[in-house]
Design a protein around this ligand. Structure first.
Ligand code: F6R
Length: 586
């Protein structure tokens, strides 16, 4: 998984590529590189962040890449772009070429010399093998030989054009005046144009400064429509916050409001199913677990939740089940593979995603978009709460259309959702208290997050946020399970964060808190009940909500706790080590 950009026009390619790569850095940051045509192809590439890339050449046609390593360690030699043997062709690639070994061996026999350990380098040599002075022709021939997933952008020193191909990795075109762009994601070029064409799998595009033509892999020309993107570039930048993650945490009231409003305007939410299967990864999986509680409560039908990477080991089952795929990026390879499998098994499929036109939307029957705006911080925050909103809305609409909820009950529930942005806004006011708690716990090596019922997935999410950005070992547990093993790990001063909503879990949660307090744990209670203060070391008193909405406020506390802890530890909050924003490998 990587970020790629191509530019052809009249501006300084150096400036465009570097700015665009900064905006794509969330897709991977193991290495960065550019190739710019100026009579010859000049290349600069380096292990590490884009800021460490220094060069003094320029031109008006170029390509760039920011890498998340899959084949080959993060080293200068494995950084993109890659050149052919003669230095006439340069390519950047996002994805995995599955048959690269076979192609590489063949090309080596033909006399090609390889400089990297990557699968991607084979593409430059393959184009060279077919090149006869016509990049377009050679590109088409090379693409036909590739197996796997790819977004590829190629240039030649001899022709003023860019060729791009897409299969299972994202690629969008930015249409300008006497300039055009191709990139993995829209923010890469949004500063220059908001006219966008989303490429679909099996498409090739040819760009000059004055036109963009589209073809299928057989060379048949395709007509495609330009879409206007309404976000501003500020939406994709930090707006004065120290980190994207903090900005995105604070954007939640707005993201939730705009998600709900976009959902309320839909009139195609009619469903009929006997069971639900939810499939997702990471934070989106936790949203799916909350979704299980919501759907089972409102619809009284069974819901199973799978990690996407495990779903593939399930036998093919067509069981009148609606399969829901939750993925903020819409590009997670495991989730896409699972969607394909569910569809092949004959299930009706629905995706919940934040990215319009993302890959998952090609593989499902219906899409619900969260409207949270671009999320740049690697740790998912506003897209998670937007997913919860989408699941609440889905359950209400499905319940209504299947006759499981009366119109008035559905209306009351929808009205309760309108209050969520305000609940979250009020929770954000607790930032100061949460920061003080982070000061108390940030030096600890281990932490526990406990809850029951629909807040149990929020405990998992709190632990995941803490692990991924602070690198502290954290475990989320159903509170009732502690005494079946993990209680042995509770010792003096170990932080235990207990979620105590005023719902059916309340009394039992207090008993579980007593169990850990008796072992001298440092207990932080998160509750709307003042009374909980008697049982814990510190109470973070959250706004009181309808019981089914407590996950929205509790998760915001845990996001801020993880953020401040990571900040006190001086971590790379927006780009935690070993991680990338969208995981396009299985
Ligand atoms: C954690 C996080 C990841 C993602 C996971 C799935 O903060 O962001 O766990 O939730 O990689 O990503 P999407 O939702 O894009 O499929």
């Amino acid at each position: 998984m990587c970020g790629i950009i191509g530019y052809i026009g009249f501006r300084s390619a150096k400036e465009v590529l570097l700015k665009s790569l900064k905006r794509l850095e969330y897709r991977g940051y193991d290495s960065a590189g550019v190739a710019i045509v100026d009579g010859k192809i000049n290349v600069a590439k380096k292990k590490g962040y884009i800021d460490s890339l220094e060069f003094d050449f320029d031109g008006t046609l170029g390509i760039g890449h920011t890498r998340w390593a899959t084949h080959g360690v993060p080293e200068d030699r494995n950084a993109h772009p890659f050149l052919d043997c003669k230095g006439e062709i340069a390519i950047v690639h996002n994805g995995i070429i599955e048959n690269y070994m076979e192609l590489k061996e063949k090309l080596i026999k033909e006399g090609h010399k390889f400089k990297s350990d990557t699968d991607s380098e084979v593409i430059a040599h393959l184009i060279e093998e077919h090149y006869n002075g016509n990049l377009k022709e050679a590109f088409f021939k090379a693409i036909k030989e590739l197996k796997g997933s790819f977004a590829i952008v190629a240039i030649s020193k001899n022709e003023r054009k860019i060729m791009a191909a897409k299969k299972d990795s994202p690629l969008v075109i930015g249409v300008g005046d006497h300039e055009n762009f191709v990139a993995s994601d829209i923010p890469a070029f949004l500063e220059y144009t908001n006219r966008v064409i989303v490429m679909r799998d099996g498409e090739i595009s040819e760009l000059t400064e004055d036109f963009v033509h589209f073809y299928d892999f057989n060379g048949n020309e395709i007509n495609k429509e330009v879409q206007i993107v309404e976000w501003s570039i500020e939406d994709a930048e930090k707006s004065g916050y120290e980190h994207f993650m903090l900005k995105e945490i604070y954007e939640q009231p707005f993201a939730l409001d705009s998600t709900l409003h976009s959902l309320l305007s839909r009139n195609d939410m009619n469903f009929d199913f006997g069971r639900v299967t939810i499939v997702a990864c990471g934070t989106s999986y936790h949203a799916g677990l909350v979704g299980k509680y919501i759907i089972e409560e409102l619809l009284r039908i069974p819901v199973e939740v799978y990690y996407a990477s495990e779903y593939r080991y399930r036998p093919n089952v067509a069981d009148n089940s609606l399969a829901i795929f939750i993925t903020q990026s819409g590009e997670t390879a495991d989730t896409i593979a699972a969607a394909r499998k569910a569809k092949a098994s004959g299930n009706e499929t629905l995706a919940i995603t934040n990215v319009v036109g993302s890959s998952i939307t090609n593989y499902v029957d219906k899409v619900i978009y969260t409207n949270a705006g671009p999320e740049i911080g690697v740790a998912a925050t506003k897209t998670f709460t937007a997913q919860l909103m989408a699941l609440e809305y889905f359950a209400i609409k499905a319940g209504e259309s299947m006759g499981k909820l009366s119109a008035s009950h559905a209306r009351d529930l929808l009205n309760s959702l309108r209050k969520v942005p305000m609940y979250v806004e009020n929770t954000l006011n607790l930032n100061g208290i949460i920061k003080k708690e982070a000061e108390k716990i940030h030096k600890r090596k281990d932490m526990f997050f406990i809850a029951r019922g629909m807040n149990y997935p929020i405990a998992l999410e709190g632990a995941l946020k803490m692990k991924e950005i602070s690198y502290i070992h954290a475990e989320g547990y159903p509170a009732g399970e502690l005494k079946h093993g993990p209680l042995a790990l509770i010792e003096e001063d170990i932080p235990v964060i207990a979620l105590v909503p005023e719902d059916i879990t309340y009394d039992k949660m207090l008993s579980n808190i007593k169990e850990v307090s008796a072992r001298n744990a440092y207990v932080i209670g998160v509750s709307s009940s003042e009374d909980v203060g008697k049982y814990v070391d510190t109470l973070i008193k959250v706004p009181s909500t309808e019981p089914h909405l407590s996950p929205f406020v509790n998760v915001v506390v845990l996001q801020l706790l993880a953020y401040h802890t990571a900040k006190l530890l001086g971590r790379e909050i927006d780009k935690p080590r070993n991680l990338a924003k969208s995981v396009t490998v299985e």
